[in-house]
Design a protein around this ligand. Structure first.
Ligand SMILES: Cc1ncc(COP(=O)(O)O)c(C=O)c1O
Length: 399
């Protein structure tokens, strides 16, 4: 079949867009009608408690973004100028930027093939090379849990603080526990593209009640108790709005429904693309259940056509029976569907290129996945018919 035989999708199919249900509006209206149009109110109190209970942590602190949560995690972990922090390498930059906000030194840890997350072996090597690493921040990429027990054990052995970036993995479990509870300090996100959204927003999760109180205080400008505005520390305007918290509150009962839809999408791609020289993004089926936030592909090495990328552009050379992420993404775009390259590893980013990068294999696993991998349209409002069309488009790229 030739690419041109397929007609573009009637409406755009997104990578992952917000899916509203109606309850969100009721909670937002409640904020309006009670005049709690502020960073205080019932929506915040309720959703903090609901999320804490669900994840299995003592405290959840509602914040303006997942990035704000990660920033306060860094402060709680005592990250300051020159302090080394081992970080997931193949992740979104928000996992790492908060280290830099505090003047810390990220040390990037290569990726392992089985979950596309931080490689525990490379992490061990990083502690050998840099025994002064004080904290580790691990992301669960695309909703797939990392090898959290192994990473936690390495941290315990070296007395390092574990910070879990569960921004993409809300609702995913590892050994029966929800992601977002494995670190001493943890972060989730309600950004518009996440599995549930507030339009924006995030939370810091922890069992440490004092730390939660500290984070809450920093997030509201670090006010001391006094009759006037009194500050002995630098604060931030990071608290979640009661309106945003209302959206999250309305979304939260639909989390499992969204996960089921995303899982069905993942399985439909897996089955539909099974004859092609590609693999889906893997997970540790014995120990984890992802939330299937994004469905991704990795093209077999011998089925890759020529592809060249510089800092800002990518080109490819079509070849019969072969394809590459650039060809697939461009073809999807032409047919009105949004895919995306794999998150470019941090050690390749111009802003972080001078930082340390630790790997155990000869060449970087993350670089290889970035070169051969892509994220497929994974929107939970995509119909099975639309998805079938996307499968046909991908197949045609390999014709
Ligand atoms: C892995 C990861 N960490 C952190 C963030 C930051 O979350 P937010 O956009 O809520 O600041 C995101 C997404 O945006 C993310 O994908």
């Amino acid at each position: 079949m030739f690419r041109n035989e397929i007609h573009p999708l009637e409406k755009r199919v997104w990578l992952s867009s917000p899916t509203m249900h109606g309850e969100e509006l009721a909670y937002m209206q409640q904020a309006y009608q009670t005049n709690w149009m502020s960073t205080v109110g019932a929506n915040i109190d309720c959703i903090e408690q609901e999320i804490a209970d669900f994840i299995g942590v003592r405290r959840a602190v509602g914040l303006s973004a997942g990035t704000a949560a990660l920033h306060l995690c860094m402060k709680l972990a005592g990250i300051g100028p020159g302090v080394r922090v081992a970080c997931s390498d193949m992740t979104f930059s928000a996992t790492v930027n908060p280290v830099t906000y505090e003047g810390g030194e990220p040390v990037f840890i290569d990726t392992e093939r089985d979950t596309w997350n931080m490689d525990p072996k490379s992490l061990c090597k990083a502690f050998e090379l840099y025994p002064d690493i004080r904290a580790v921040v691990v992301a669960n990429l695309y909703g797939t849990p990392a090898r959290l027990d192994e990473i936690r054990a390495v941290c315990a052995e070296h007395g390092a603080v574990l910070i879990e970036d569960a921004a993409e993995s809300l609702g995913a479990t590892y050994k029966g526990c929800q992601t977002g509870c494995f670190g001493r300090f943890n972060a989730i996100s309600f950004n518009g593209n996440k599995i549930i959204t507030g339009s924006s927003g995030g939370m810091l999760l922890t069992d440490d009640e004092q730390a939660a109180q500290q984070a809450r205080n920093w997030s509201t400008q670090a006010r001391d108790t006094a009759p006037w505005y009194q500050h002995k520390e630098i604060g931030y305007n990071y608290r979640i709005s009661n309106v945003i918290a209302g959206v999250v509150r309305g979304q939260f009962p639909h989390l499992q429904e969204h996960i089921a839809q995303k899982k069905a999408i993942y399985e439909r791609y897996r089955d539909g693309l099974s004859g092609l020289p590609v693999q889906m993004n893997p997970f540790d089926a014995a120990n984890s259940e992802p939330n299937y936030w994004l469905s991704c592909l990795l093209i077999d090495e011998d089925a890759m056509c020529g592809q060249t990328r510089d800092e800002h552009t990518a080109v490819y050379t079509p070849a019969p029976g072969k394809s590459c992420p650039t060809e697939i993404l461009e073809t999807l775009a032409k047919h009105n569907a949004e895919g995306r390259p794999i998150w470019k590893p941090m050690h390749l980013q111009p802003v972080y290129r001078d930082k340390k990068f630790v790997k155990v294999s000869e060449s970087s696993v993350g670089e290889d996945i970035f070169r051969r991998g892509l994220c497929l349209p994974s929107d939970n409002k995509m119909t099975p018919e639309e998805q079938d069309k996307i499968i046909e488009i991908v197949k045609a790229c390999f014709a």
